[in-house]
Design a binder for this molecule. Structure first.
Ligand code: URA
Ligand code: SF4
Length: 458
């Protein structure tokens, strides 16, 4: 029996690859978990290798499952992962989709437990201010999730120095680099309460009245956390207020995202909060909302219509066919996509199903109006010098009236939302044209975008 010590997902992955190349079956290897305190052993160098596989193709979905499961706090996970991987490589290609298979079921349960724990950590980590200033949080996760979860905290709290300390590992962010260190004892945490007021403000700004349900909130916050949370002081008044806010929402004639948009929240918080939006019916069938992306300091904000099929699945704007064409046009116009803030007038995908296909439907005027508060919040944050509307839906949202693209495109228009406004075609419109037309229209589109070029460099 061969003994292999795994400490991290990357290490396990490399070891599993080596073992598979040498056709070592699951029963021929004993995985030891370094995270449980056992000493580190070197991977044994090879004796006689009877059969060496050449290429080993591991499905990406398995790797992502394995990465999550690698955080599960139980030393049996490495061996279980290897067993399932072995079976996939041996030809059980559909194993990942098999919900009845006992080993897959066990992996899925582990995956679910880790995901829940990741989510819990995001909700319950509390920073306290220490001299520096540096914000320090001490947290005891159920699973080994510090490494996998730290990038989330970088995204959300990128503009401050922070450390998250846990019994097994610690993460440090200095606004430039994310580093990891050993575990830390709880006593390292300062005991002052400087940051609590800030937290209370944040909590009331993201509080969502439509979801307020005392029992559910208690269930989400286990009793062990409950007493130590500063926001527990806020919950009763918030619930009282929530009832009134829900009543006024229900009596609205026009659907609107307004009650769901946190006031003066950062882009990060807005992009989290949009997941709770029930401002119109579009969230019901879409996979997820798609919020804007790009630097908060962008000089140009580009606004499309709504996410398409691929954007809806992946959660990022303009990555499907229209996005590819947009990329080509931006490149031809000499504009860096990375410098733009790119978003859509409507955040959820509207479609109809035809067999297996999901066919795009344009949002109605009511959808545009309902979703506008999200766009307004994005504009208020980014304060772009220039707004570019791709197509009629974006133009209608921004200008508050119907717009004939072919009459108004390609010139600077007045607006109170930014210094300048440019309206041009939507790249999807080009995709619907014949090749000949498309080539000609593509050049016009590039010509419109070139107007921006002067502005970006100046
Ligand atoms: N079309 C849009 O308007 N937005 C996207 O994000 C993708 C396609
Ligand atoms: Fe809310 Fe906009 Fe989605 Fe409608 S489309 S649910 S308003 S985010």
């Amino acid at each position: 029996m061969r003994e292999v010590v795994s400490e991290s997902f990357e290490q396990w992955r490399d070891q599993a690859r080596n073992l598979l190349r040498q056709s070592v079956p699951p029963d021929g290897v004993h995985f030891v978990d370094a995270a449980q305190g056992q000493p580190m052993l070197a991977f044994p160098t090879e004796e006689k290798i009877s059969f060496v596989r050449q290429a080993i193709k591991v499905p990406r979905e398995f790797l992502s499952l394995a990465q999550t499961v690698s955080c599960f706090r139980d030393s049996s996970r490495w061996a279980l992962l290897y067993r399932v991987l072995w079976r996939i490589i041996e030809g059980e290609f559909y194993l990942l989709q098999d919900h009845a298979d006992p080993q897959m079921r066990e992996l899925r349960l582990m995956e679910k437990a880790v995901r829940r724990d990741i989510h819990k950590m995001r909700a319950f980590v509390r920073f306290r201010e220490a001299p520096g200033p540096v914000y320090i949080a001490w947290y005891r996760p159920e699973h080994l999730i510090v490494l996998i979860n730290a990038p989330f905290f970088v995204r959300r709290f990128g503009a401050m120095n922070w450390s998250i300390l846990t019994p097994e590992a610690s993460a440090y962010w200095d606004q430039k680099e994310l580093r990891f260190g050993p575990g830390v004892n709880r006593d390292a945490l300062p005991q002052n309460d400087d940051i609590e007021d800030l937290w209370l403000t944040y909590y009331s700004s993201i509080f969502n009245p439509a979801r307020a349900n005392y029992a559910a909130m208690i269930a989400e916050m286990p009793a062990s956390h409950w007493e130590t949370l500063p926001e527990s002081k806020l919950i009763r008044p918030l619930l009282r207020e929530a009832e009134q806010r829900v009543m006024s929402m229900a009596s609205r004639e026009t659907p609107s995202a307004r009650p769901y948009v946190p006031v003066s929240a950062s882009l990060e918080i807005l992009s989290e909060a949009v997941h709770q939006c029930r401002g119109c019916d579009l969230h019901e069938h879409a996979t997820q909302p798609v919020f804007g992306v790009g630097p908060a300091s962008a000089k140009i904000m580009m606004i499309g219509e709504q996410p398409g099929d691929q954007e809806d699945r992946e959660g990022t704007p303009f990555i499907g066919p229209a996005g590819q064409l947009l990329n080509q046009a931006l490149e031809a116009a000499g504009i860096e996509r990375n410098h733009l803030y790119i978003t859509n007038a409507v955040k959820h995908f509207r479609f109809e199903t035809q067999g297996n296909l999901r066919r795009h439907l344009s949002p109605t005027g009511d959808h545009l109006i309902a979703c506008r508060p999200w766009l307004e919040a994005e504009i208020a944050h980014v304060q772009p010098k220039i707004i570019v509307c791709l197509g009629a839906s974006a133009a209608q949202t921004v200008m508050g009236r119907g717009v004939r693209i072919h009459e108004e495109r390609g010139k600077w228009l007045p607006t109170h939302l930014s210094q300048r406004l440019l309206v041009t075609v939507h790249p999807s419109a080009l995709l619907r044209m014949s090749m000949g037309m498309r080539r000609q229209e593509f050049s016009r589109f590039v010509g419109d975008l070139q107007l921006l070029h002067e502005e970006v460099v100046s």
